[in-house]
Design a protein. Structure first.
Length: 334
Protein backbone atom coordinates (compact mmCIF):
# COMPACT_ATOMS: atom_id res chain seq x y z
CA UNK A 1 0.00 0.00 0.00
CA UNK A 2 1.32 3.42 -0.95
CA UNK A 3 0.10 6.84 0.23
CA UNK A 4 1.29 10.37 -0.57
CA UNK A 5 1.21 13.26 1.90
CA UNK A 6 2.00 16.96 1.75
CA UNK A 7 2.37 19.41 4.62
CA UNK A 8 -0.07 22.30 4.82
CA UNK A 9 0.50 25.55 6.67
CA UNK A 10 -0.36 24.15 10.11
CA UNK A 11 2.10 21.28 9.85
CA UNK A 12 -0.48 18.47 9.56
CA UNK A 13 0.13 16.38 6.41
CA UNK A 14 -2.64 16.13 3.85
CA UNK A 15 -3.04 13.04 1.67
CA UNK A 16 -2.78 13.54 -2.09
CA UNK A 17 -3.64 11.29 -5.00
CA UNK A 18 -0.27 11.24 -6.76
CA UNK A 19 3.42 11.91 -6.33
CA UNK A 20 4.38 15.57 -5.92
CA UNK A 21 7.75 17.20 -5.33
CA UNK A 22 8.37 17.69 -1.61
CA UNK A 23 5.88 15.01 -0.58
CA UNK A 24 6.11 12.14 1.87
CA UNK A 25 5.61 8.66 0.37
CA UNK A 26 4.43 6.13 2.94
CA UNK A 27 4.87 2.50 1.85
CA UNK A 28 3.38 -0.26 4.01
CA UNK A 29 4.09 -3.81 2.79
CA UNK A 30 4.24 -2.60 -0.83
CA UNK A 31 4.05 -4.86 -3.86
CA UNK A 32 6.81 -5.07 -6.47
CA UNK A 33 4.82 -2.84 -8.84
CA UNK A 34 4.34 -0.18 -6.15
CA UNK A 35 8.06 -0.21 -5.33
CA UNK A 36 8.90 0.16 -9.01
CA UNK A 37 6.46 3.05 -9.50
CA UNK A 38 7.79 4.93 -6.45
CA UNK A 39 11.39 4.33 -7.56
CA UNK A 40 10.67 5.81 -10.99
CA UNK A 41 8.80 8.83 -9.60
CA UNK A 42 11.15 9.65 -6.71
CA UNK A 43 14.51 8.63 -8.14
CA UNK A 44 15.24 6.41 -5.14
CA UNK A 45 16.87 3.07 -6.14
CA UNK A 46 14.48 0.16 -5.91
CA UNK A 47 16.91 -1.91 -3.82
CA UNK A 48 16.91 0.87 -1.20
CA UNK A 49 13.12 0.79 -1.04
CA UNK A 50 13.05 -2.99 -0.62
CA UNK A 51 15.82 -3.07 1.99
CA UNK A 52 13.44 -2.58 4.93
CA UNK A 53 11.09 -5.30 3.67
CA UNK A 54 13.45 -7.90 5.11
CA UNK A 55 12.44 -8.65 8.72
CA UNK A 56 16.05 -9.55 9.58
CA UNK A 57 17.51 -6.29 8.22
CA UNK A 58 19.77 -4.60 10.78
CA UNK A 59 19.69 -0.91 11.62
CA UNK A 60 22.15 0.93 9.37
CA UNK A 61 22.71 3.97 7.15
CA UNK A 62 23.42 4.18 3.43
CA UNK A 63 24.19 7.08 1.10
CA UNK A 64 24.09 6.72 -2.69
CA UNK A 65 23.86 9.41 -5.42
CA UNK A 66 22.08 11.98 -3.30
CA UNK A 67 19.82 9.40 -1.64
CA UNK A 68 20.18 9.01 2.13
CA UNK A 69 18.67 6.00 3.87
CA UNK A 70 18.31 5.40 7.61
CA UNK A 71 17.01 1.98 8.72
CA UNK A 72 16.03 1.69 12.39
CA UNK A 73 14.25 -0.97 14.43
CA UNK A 74 10.80 -0.04 15.72
CA UNK A 75 8.93 -1.69 18.62
CA UNK A 76 5.88 -3.72 17.77
CA UNK A 77 3.20 -5.67 19.65
CA UNK A 78 2.05 -8.95 18.12
CA UNK A 79 -0.47 -11.51 19.28
CA UNK A 80 0.73 -14.90 20.45
CA UNK A 81 -0.88 -18.22 19.58
CA UNK A 82 -2.40 -18.35 23.07
CA UNK A 83 -3.96 -14.90 22.65
CA UNK A 84 -1.36 -12.96 24.67
CA UNK A 85 0.85 -10.09 23.55
CA UNK A 86 4.40 -10.50 22.30
CA UNK A 87 6.81 -7.58 22.00
CA UNK A 88 9.18 -7.58 19.05
CA UNK A 89 10.86 -5.18 16.62
CA UNK A 90 10.57 -4.52 12.91
CA UNK A 91 12.88 -2.51 10.62
CA UNK A 92 11.67 0.72 9.07
CA UNK A 93 13.52 2.76 6.44
CA UNK A 94 13.42 6.53 6.05
CA UNK A 95 14.84 7.62 2.69
CA UNK A 96 15.12 11.14 1.37
CA UNK A 97 16.61 13.05 -1.54
CA UNK A 98 15.99 16.38 -3.18
CA UNK A 99 12.50 15.31 -4.33
CA UNK A 100 10.74 13.60 -1.44
CA UNK A 101 10.77 11.54 1.74
CA UNK A 102 10.02 7.81 1.53
CA UNK A 103 9.20 5.57 4.50
CA UNK A 104 9.04 1.79 4.03
CA UNK A 105 7.90 -0.86 6.50
CA UNK A 106 6.15 -4.23 6.45
CA UNK A 107 3.51 -3.08 8.94
CA UNK A 108 1.96 0.18 10.02
CA UNK A 109 3.98 2.26 12.47
CA UNK A 110 2.43 4.07 15.44
CA UNK A 111 4.81 7.03 15.21
CA UNK A 112 3.98 7.57 11.54
CA UNK A 113 0.28 7.32 12.41
CA UNK A 114 0.82 10.20 14.85
CA UNK A 115 2.31 12.18 11.97
CA UNK A 116 -0.71 11.44 9.76
CA UNK A 117 -3.25 12.34 12.45
CA UNK A 118 -1.40 15.54 13.32
CA UNK A 119 -0.46 14.58 16.88
CA UNK A 120 3.15 15.29 15.99
CA UNK A 121 4.03 18.26 13.82
CA UNK A 122 6.23 17.37 10.83
CA UNK A 123 7.27 18.98 7.58
CA UNK A 124 7.47 16.93 4.41
CA UNK A 125 9.70 19.57 2.83
CA UNK A 126 12.28 19.31 5.67
CA UNK A 127 13.74 15.75 5.62
CA UNK A 128 16.09 16.24 8.56
CA UNK A 129 13.32 17.58 10.77
CA UNK A 130 11.13 14.66 9.68
CA UNK A 131 13.81 12.05 10.50
CA UNK A 132 14.78 13.59 13.85
CA UNK A 133 11.14 13.86 14.91
CA UNK A 134 10.54 10.25 13.90
CA UNK A 135 13.62 8.97 15.78
CA UNK A 136 12.55 10.88 18.88
CA UNK A 137 9.06 9.41 18.72
CA UNK A 138 10.48 5.94 18.11
CA UNK A 139 12.70 6.16 21.22
CA UNK A 140 9.71 7.31 23.30
CA UNK A 141 7.69 4.39 21.95
CA UNK A 142 10.40 2.01 23.16
CA UNK A 143 10.18 3.56 26.63
CA UNK A 144 6.39 3.24 26.60
CA UNK A 145 6.53 -0.47 25.75
CA UNK A 146 9.26 -1.05 28.34
CA UNK A 147 6.97 0.37 31.01
CA UNK A 148 4.23 -1.98 29.83
CA UNK A 149 6.63 -4.93 30.12
CA UNK A 150 7.57 -3.88 33.66
CA UNK A 151 3.91 -3.66 34.69
CA UNK A 152 3.21 -7.09 33.23
CA UNK A 153 6.23 -8.46 35.05
CA UNK A 154 4.89 -7.21 38.40
CA UNK A 155 1.43 -8.59 37.66
CA UNK A 156 2.77 -12.04 36.73
CA UNK A 157 4.99 -12.12 39.83
CA UNK A 158 2.00 -11.36 42.05
CA UNK A 159 0.12 -14.26 40.44
CA UNK A 160 3.10 -16.55 40.91
CA UNK A 161 3.14 -15.62 44.58
CA UNK A 162 -0.31 -17.24 44.93
CA UNK A 163 0.14 -20.24 42.64
CA UNK A 164 3.11 -21.62 40.73
CA UNK A 165 1.74 -22.41 37.26
CA UNK A 166 3.52 -23.09 33.99
CA UNK A 167 1.53 -20.42 32.12
CA UNK A 168 2.99 -17.59 34.24
CA UNK A 169 6.52 -18.96 33.86
CA UNK A 170 6.06 -19.03 30.08
CA UNK A 171 4.80 -15.44 30.15
CA UNK A 172 7.91 -14.36 32.04
CA UNK A 173 10.04 -16.16 29.46
CA UNK A 174 8.24 -14.29 26.65
CA UNK A 175 8.92 -10.98 28.40
CA UNK A 176 12.58 -11.90 28.79
CA UNK A 177 12.82 -12.70 25.07
CA UNK A 178 11.15 -9.37 24.25
CA UNK A 179 13.71 -7.48 26.34
CA UNK A 180 16.51 -9.25 24.47
CA UNK A 181 15.04 -8.10 21.15
CA UNK A 182 14.60 -4.57 22.48
CA UNK A 183 18.14 -4.42 23.84
CA UNK A 184 19.66 -5.54 20.53
CA UNK A 185 17.53 -3.12 18.52
CA UNK A 186 18.22 -0.15 20.81
CA UNK A 187 21.97 -0.69 20.59
CA UNK A 188 21.74 -0.86 16.78
CA UNK A 189 19.61 2.29 16.68
CA UNK A 190 22.15 4.12 18.81
CA UNK A 191 24.81 3.60 16.13
CA UNK A 192 22.42 5.08 13.57
CA UNK A 193 21.84 8.07 15.87
CA UNK A 194 25.58 8.67 16.12
CA UNK A 195 26.01 8.62 12.34
CA UNK A 196 23.15 11.06 11.92
CA UNK A 197 25.19 13.78 13.61
CA UNK A 198 27.63 13.68 10.69
CA UNK A 199 24.89 14.48 8.19
CA UNK A 200 25.23 17.96 6.79
CA UNK A 201 22.80 20.40 8.38
CA UNK A 202 22.18 18.65 11.70
CA UNK A 203 24.91 20.39 13.69
CA UNK A 204 24.65 23.71 11.86
CA UNK A 205 21.05 24.53 12.79
CA UNK A 206 20.12 25.01 16.42
CA UNK A 207 16.62 23.63 15.86
CA UNK A 208 17.97 20.36 14.49
CA UNK A 209 20.73 20.19 17.09
CA UNK A 210 18.20 20.43 19.94
CA UNK A 211 16.12 17.68 18.37
CA UNK A 212 19.21 15.52 17.91
CA UNK A 213 20.20 15.92 21.56
CA UNK A 214 16.69 14.89 22.61
CA UNK A 215 16.98 11.81 20.39
CA UNK A 216 20.30 10.85 22.01
CA UNK A 217 18.96 11.38 25.54
CA UNK A 218 15.79 9.36 24.95
CA UNK A 219 17.74 6.61 23.19
CA UNK A 220 20.25 6.22 26.03
CA UNK A 221 17.46 6.28 28.59
CA UNK A 222 15.67 3.50 26.70
CA UNK A 223 18.89 1.44 26.62
CA UNK A 224 19.51 1.86 30.35
CA UNK A 225 15.87 1.10 31.21
CA UNK A 226 15.90 -2.00 29.03
CA UNK A 227 19.11 -3.27 30.64
CA UNK A 228 17.70 -2.71 34.14
CA UNK A 229 14.46 -4.55 33.37
CA UNK A 230 16.37 -7.35 31.63
CA UNK A 231 18.64 -7.87 34.65
CA UNK A 232 15.71 -7.80 37.06
CA UNK A 233 13.78 -10.32 35.00
CA UNK A 234 16.82 -12.56 34.67
CA UNK A 235 17.29 -12.61 38.46
CA UNK A 236 13.57 -13.26 38.90
CA UNK A 237 13.65 -16.22 36.52
CA UNK A 238 16.66 -17.67 38.35
CA UNK A 239 14.89 -17.24 41.70
CA UNK A 240 11.73 -18.99 40.49
CA UNK A 241 13.89 -21.73 39.00
CA UNK A 242 15.44 -22.30 42.42
CA UNK A 243 12.00 -22.34 44.06
CA UNK A 244 10.73 -24.90 41.56
CA UNK A 245 13.84 -27.03 42.10
CA UNK A 246 13.41 -26.88 45.89
CA UNK A 247 9.74 -27.85 45.59
CA UNK A 248 10.68 -30.79 43.38
CA UNK A 249 13.33 -31.91 45.85
CA UNK A 250 10.86 -31.64 48.72
CA UNK A 251 8.31 -33.73 46.80
CA UNK A 252 10.90 -36.38 45.96
CA UNK A 253 11.94 -36.50 49.63
CA UNK A 254 8.36 -37.12 50.73
CA UNK A 255 7.87 -39.81 48.10
CA UNK A 256 11.11 -41.48 49.21
CA UNK A 257 9.94 -41.54 52.83
CA UNK A 258 6.61 -43.08 51.79
CA UNK A 259 8.42 -45.71 49.68
CA UNK A 260 10.68 -46.67 52.59
CA UNK A 261 7.75 -46.94 55.00
CA UNK A 262 5.81 -49.16 52.58
CA UNK A 263 8.87 -51.34 51.96
CA UNK A 264 9.26 -52.29 55.66
CA UNK A 265 6.00 -54.32 56.10
CA UNK A 266 6.36 -55.70 52.58
CA UNK A 267 9.83 -57.01 53.39
CA UNK A 268 8.73 -58.60 56.69
CA UNK A 269 5.67 -60.23 55.11
CA UNK A 270 7.80 -61.52 52.29
CA UNK A 271 9.77 -63.77 54.65
CA UNK A 272 6.69 -66.04 55.02
CA UNK A 273 6.30 -66.33 51.28
CA UNK A 274 9.70 -67.93 50.70
CA UNK A 275 10.28 -71.67 50.28
CA UNK A 276 12.23 -72.05 53.49
CA UNK A 277 11.26 -72.94 57.08
CA UNK A 278 10.23 -69.98 59.25
CA UNK A 279 8.61 -69.80 62.69
CA UNK A 280 4.86 -70.47 62.77
CA UNK A 281 4.58 -72.95 59.85
CA UNK A 282 4.68 -76.28 61.80
CA UNK A 283 1.33 -77.97 61.20
CA UNK A 284 -0.94 -74.91 61.64
CA UNK A 285 -2.21 -72.17 59.37
CA UNK A 286 -0.17 -69.07 59.90
CA UNK A 287 -3.14 -66.89 60.81
CA UNK A 288 -4.29 -69.47 63.45
CA UNK A 289 -1.11 -69.02 65.46
CA UNK A 290 0.16 -66.19 67.57
CA UNK A 291 2.91 -65.59 65.04
CA UNK A 292 0.53 -63.71 62.74
CA UNK A 293 -0.24 -61.04 65.32
CA UNK A 294 3.36 -60.93 66.47
CA UNK A 295 4.67 -60.32 62.96
CA UNK A 296 1.92 -57.76 62.26
CA UNK A 297 2.73 -55.89 65.46
CA UNK A 298 6.46 -56.00 64.68
CA UNK A 299 5.87 -54.65 61.16
CA UNK A 300 3.69 -51.79 62.42
CA UNK A 301 6.10 -50.96 65.24
CA UNK A 302 9.16 -51.00 62.97
CA UNK A 303 7.37 -48.87 60.38
CA UNK A 304 6.38 -46.34 63.06
CA UNK A 305 9.92 -46.18 64.45
CA UNK A 306 11.46 -45.65 61.00
CA UNK A 307 8.81 -43.06 60.16
CA UNK A 308 9.52 -41.05 63.33
CA UNK A 309 13.24 -41.27 62.67
CA UNK A 310 12.89 -40.03 59.08
CA UNK A 311 10.60 -37.17 60.09
CA UNK A 312 12.91 -36.01 62.89
CA UNK A 313 15.95 -36.20 60.64
CA UNK A 314 14.32 -33.86 58.09
CA UNK A 315 17.21 -31.86 56.58
CA UNK A 316 14.92 -28.91 55.89
CA UNK A 317 14.01 -28.47 59.56
CA UNK A 318 17.27 -29.13 61.34
CA UNK A 319 19.12 -25.98 60.13
CA UNK A 320 16.23 -23.79 61.32
CA UNK A 321 16.25 -25.37 64.78
CA UNK A 322 20.00 -25.06 65.03
CA UNK A 323 19.83 -21.38 64.10
CA UNK A 324 17.19 -20.73 66.75
CA UNK A 325 19.31 -22.46 69.41
CA UNK A 326 22.34 -20.44 68.42
CA UNK A 327 20.39 -17.19 68.67
CA UNK A 328 19.12 -18.17 72.13
CA UNK A 329 22.63 -19.01 73.38
CA UNK A 330 24.17 -15.88 71.89
CA UNK A 331 25.08 -13.43 74.70
CA UNK A 332 23.33 -10.07 74.63
CA UNK A 333 25.17 -7.08 73.21
CA UNK A 334 26.27 -4.31 75.54
Amino acid sequence: MVKYFLTNGSGAPVQTERFTAGCWVDLVNPSDDECEDVAIASGVPEDMIKAALDEEERARTEFDDGNSMFIVDCPLIEENEDGGDRYTTLPLAVIYNGKCIVTVCLKGNTVLKDFITGRESVRTDAPLHFILTFLLGNAKRFLYYLKQIDRKNHRIQSELGRTMRNSEIIQLLDLQNSLVYFSTSLNSNERVHEKLFKVEGVASREEYLDLYEDVIIEGKQAIETCNIYKNILSVTMDAYGSVISNNANDTMKKLTIITILLAVPTMIAGFWGMNMPVPGQDGYAFYETGWFWLVTFAAVLLTAVIGVFLLKSNPFRRPLKQKRKRREKRPPRN
